[in-house]
Design a protein around this ligand. Structure first.
Ligand code: F6P
Length: 341
């Protein structure tokens, strides 16, 4: 068999572990040939690739980022490129393509699969918002990074009697905010699933100071928004890929809280530090299992599907199901955290 692999969309710790696993399983156990397209879908649309043998994936298990490079592609460019991609797949004699990616990549994978390409998807994202899998690799690493940052920020916040509003990633969902906030004992967690009430947040932080505490940590997901009309709010518009550009929820919240409470409030934006660096052991194992199962699915001819973790088992689910909805934080989880607004 000849298999093409690519990594597309925002990078994520564990991508290299999937690539390595695909190559090991395919080359060593099946005697397949594997090629890697450069910079995600761009590589497929421009037939830009390299051969991936065992040497090519040596030493990459623990490395962050992706050795293949990644990029975003505009949906219209991909739609226009389906026939071209099919031509290259035929020319290269590919029997399967394994795209590793998040929401946007899996939508693109579904489109190409509908167009007749032999696709087996692998879900990834630090945001953990892919509905068909219990967990995506990268999430555990990101939560670990955010939690360590929160632990550190607590000590400096206390020294200076500050309110620190810590913005973590989470475009549509608050999984990173919820888990890191719970792990670090944040005093309030703000998630995109539930528009926040600035009155309530301000009251909660204010009561903490009234009770004699000398600092507060608020964790906020980048995609969180206030209740319509409840405070002054800047929108950031859209980028060329149609993604919302965020105007800085932590910055806007810090201005508002400082005015309301008369306490010094500072924004801290963790940003891409959550996506970089070495994956945790959990993420390496999950990524390795996904890679192994993707190759097996390709050999069984299970196209139009993606790998998913359900409980402790890896299973294959239709791409069509994976792209239908996002996995948001269910309301019962807010109650468990005890401090979600
Ligand atoms: O989808 C993962 C993610 O890390 C989001 O949390 C974040 O909004 C987005 O990627 C940022 O993407 P980029 O690196 O392209 O700005």
């Amino acid at each position: 068999m000849r298999i093409g692999v690519l990594t597309s969309g925002g990078d994520c710790p564990g991508l290299n572990a999937v690539i390595r696993s695909v190559v090991h399983r395919a080359v060593v156990d099946h005697g397949d040939e594997v090629i890697g397209f450069h910079d995600g879908w761009r590589g497929l649309l421009e037939c830009d690739y390299r051969k991936l043998d065992l040497d090519a994936v040596g030493g990459i298990l623990a490395r962050g980022g992706t050795i293949l490079g990644s990029s975003r592609v505009r949906p219209e460019d991909l739609r226009d490129g389906v026939e071209r991609a099919k031509g290259y797949v035929e020319e290269l004699g590919l029997d399967a393509i394994i795209p590793i990616g998040g929401e946007g990549t899996l939508k693109a994978a579904h489109l190409l699969s509908e167009g007749g390409l032999p696709i087996v998807g692998v879900p990834k994202t630090i945001d953990n918002d892919i509905a068909s899998t219990d967990v995506t690799f990268g999430f555990d690493t990101a939560v670990g990074v955010a939690t360590e940052a929160l632990d550190r920020l607590k000590t400096t916040a206390e020294s200076h009697q500050r309110v620190l509003i810590v913005e973590v990633m989470g475009r549509h969902t608050g999984w990173i905010a919820l888990h890191s906030g719970m792990a670090a004992g944040a005093h309030a967690i703000v998630v995109p699933e539930r528009p926040f009430d600035i009155e309530e947040l301000s009251k909660r932080v204010g009561e903490r100071f009234e009770a004699g505490k000398r600092f507060a940590i608020v964790v906020v997901a980048e995609g969180a928004k206030p209740r319509e009309g409840s405070m002054r709010w800047d929108e950031g518009g859209k980028d060329v890929y149609g993604h919302e550009r965020f105007a800085g929820v932590a910055r806007q919240l810090s201005i508002e809280l400082e005015q309301r409470l008369g306490k010094e409030a500072r924004p801290v934006i963790l940003g891409h530090v959550q996506r970089g660096g070495t994956p945790t052991a959990y993420d390496r194992v999950l990524a390795t299992r996904f890679g192994w199962h993707a190759v097996e699915a390709a050999h069984r001819g299970q196209f139009g599907m993606l790998t998913a973790l359900r409980g402790t088992e890896i299973t294959m689910v239709p791409l069509a199901d994976a792209v239908r909805t996002l996995k948001t934080v269910p309301a019962e989880r807010y109650a468990e955290a005890q401090c979600v607004l």
